[in-house]
Design a protein around this ligand. Structure first.
Ligand code: IMP
Ligand code: MG
Length: 180
């Protein structure tokens, strides 16, 4: 059954933000050896669109991490399920995230990348949900702040669905539970 989704961030707002962030990042990394690291799978749409808004040379690579739930003793246990193909030693690394929530995945990823001796590591996220943060992670470039809601679209999924929506919408997971 089709369900109605409430748009939280429109396609136009996303496009404007991409231009703005693209200009800032192009200015900040001018003359530097930049590697964009897109965290699979949610950030792919954002990373690709952002990269199209850069006016400087860069390399693009992908990494995939998985994390166990928050409420168990395994909270914070993260592992790499697909590693980078490129060597980032002496490169300026910019991690591209879809959303920073608890911060657990990102803080693990940053610690892991630090061991590879990059020239610098910064983080660019499209969305930030500060209210759900468990560990503090510095966000260098941030698209939009959101309240404590679950969202889908523009790469973000619910059970692998909705990633291709051109906007970001609030998703009520309880509707699925109620109809079961
Ligand atoms: P965390 O910051 O370690 O909690 O992990 C954040 C990851 O969980 C993101 O990269 C998303 O893949 C996923 N995630 C967190 N919040 C949402 C949401 O509201 N919608 C869809 N995916 C989410
Ligand atoms: Mg993610």
């Amino acid at each position: 059954m089709e369900r109605k989704l409430d748009i939280v961030i429109s396609q136009e707002e996303i496009e404007n933000k991409l231009k703005e962030m693209g200009n800032t990042i192009s200015r900040d990394y001018k003359g530097k050896d930049l590697v964009l690291i897109s965290v699979l799978r949610g950030s792919v749409y954002f990373a690709v669109d952002l990269s199209r808004n850069l006016s400087i040379p860069f390399s693009l690579d992908f990494i995939s991490i998985s994390r166990y739930g928050e409420k168990t003793d395994t909270a914070g246990i993260v592992r790499i399920t697909k590693d980078l193909d490129l060597n980032v030693s002496n490169k300026h690394v910019l991690v591209i995230e879809d959303i920073v929530d608890t911060g657990l995945s990102l803080s693990y990823l940053i610690r892991n990348l630090e061991t590879r001796n990059p020239a610098s590591i910064k983080v660019c996220t499209m969305l930030n949900i500060k209210a759900r943060r468990i560990v503090n992670v510095p966000l260098d470039y941030k698209g939009f702040d959101l309240p404590d809601i679950f969202v889908v679209g523009y790469g973000l999924d619910y059970n692998e669905g909705y990633r291709n929506l051109p906007y970001i919408a609030e998703f009520n997971k309880n509707i699925d539970k109620e109809s079961q």
